[in-house]
Design a protein around this ligand. Structure first.
Ligand SMILES: [Zn+2]
Length: 314
């Protein structure tokens, strides 16, 4: 399978001369070019190269012990799986899946689908990368062993751990957009083939709909759009120089004194400090303008039948 580079956080910025359609056309053209140029490599000396699932990269971008532990801790937090670990060959193994404490059933199902993949997903560390905003799937590489006939596609899941320290905002929003959620998002792409909302700036896309279901099961606020809004702000107090601040809004409905209320939480980061910005500006709509959209979105998400993307296994 071929995976094209996708980023968790596309920041949009409307520019007078660069329409969204133009951006899409470039993306389509890039995808078409990639499709014509699949990468294939001959057999690897890595003895586990032909085993599928999620693993630490054996190459130069491998996660160090601390990074691997951060991934495991955050995924455990989302799934509640008590026996989940990276085994001695650096593959994520789930252990006895009936042993869990709290966590999200959807996250458990997504990781179960990931651990059973016929292709491999390699975790890679790309610290301070100007190309990676939080995380993205790189281009898959196919391996073929001419002696044994084994073959496998390997998708690199590139993570810039340094980006997470640049996040600012409400505590609940920070909890709803952490390392584990970002990895789960990319796994939604590569394990289930889910897509982002590439052409509707107010939409989420099926991949983030799945991640929102996980947030809901963990009682965390839900992301409201796939694309972040960007606006200019002074570099420092009183400075004439400005920088682009990207912002995502998270929301959840709560019942207070018999009435349903919407709680909103903001998350922001300095776009140039985090990663690539193929970008869109705030169109000036204020918070109260967005409120009906948020209410509608939360209602639709709540009322949606428990769908669709994942095989049930528990
Ligand atoms: Zn995505």
């Amino acid at each position: 399978m071929i995976d094209f580079v996708r980023s968790i956080a596309i920041i949009s910025q409307v520019r007078k001369r660069l329409s969204t359609n133009c951006v899409c056309a470039i993306a389509v053209s890039f995808a078409a070019t990639c499709a014509l140029l699949p990468q294939t490599r001959a057999a690897s000396s890595d003895p586990f190269r032909y085993r599928g699932g999620l693993r630490n990269s054996p190459g130069k971008h491998k996660l160090n012990a601390r990074q691997l532990d951060a991934v495991l801790t955050s995924l455990r937090d989302k799934t509640g799986l008590l026996e989940m670990r990276f085994d001695e060959d650096w593959f994520l193994t789930l252990g006895d899946q009936t042993k869990f404490s709290g966590g999200s059933a959807t996250a458990r199902a997504l990781l179960n689908a990931t651990a059973s993949l016929p292709h491999a997903v390699d975790l890679e560390s790309h610290m301070y990368s100007p190309e990676v905003a939080f995380a993205r799937l790189g281009k898959s590489v196919g391996y073929y062993n001419y002696t044994t006939g084994s073959k496998i596609d390997v998708a690199p899941l590139e993570i810039d751990f340094s980006d997470f320290s640049k996040l600012r905002g409400d505590r609940q929003a920070l909890a709803a957009f952490d390392l584990g959620f970002v990895i789960l998002h990319e796994l939604g792409h590569t394990a289930l083939g889910l897509r982002d909302a590439a052409d509707d700036l107010q939409a989420l896309g099926e991949c983030e709909e799945l991640i929102n279901r996980i947030r809901r099961e963990l009682n965390l606020p839900e992301r409201q759009t796939y694309v972040a809004q960007a606006h200019a702000a002074p570099v420092s107090y009183g400075s004439l120089r400005s920088t682009q601040i990207a912002e995502l809004v998270f929301a959840r409905s709560v019942e207070k004194q018999g009435r349903m209320r919407i709680e909103k939480f903001n998350l922001n980061w300095e776009a140039s400090q985090v990663g690539p910005s193929a970008t869109i500006a705030d169109r000036g709509s204020n918070t109260s303008d967005r409120r009906p959209q948020i209410e509608d979105r939360l209602k639709v998400a709540r009322d949606k039948p428990d769908a669709t993307f994942l095989p049930r296994h528990e």
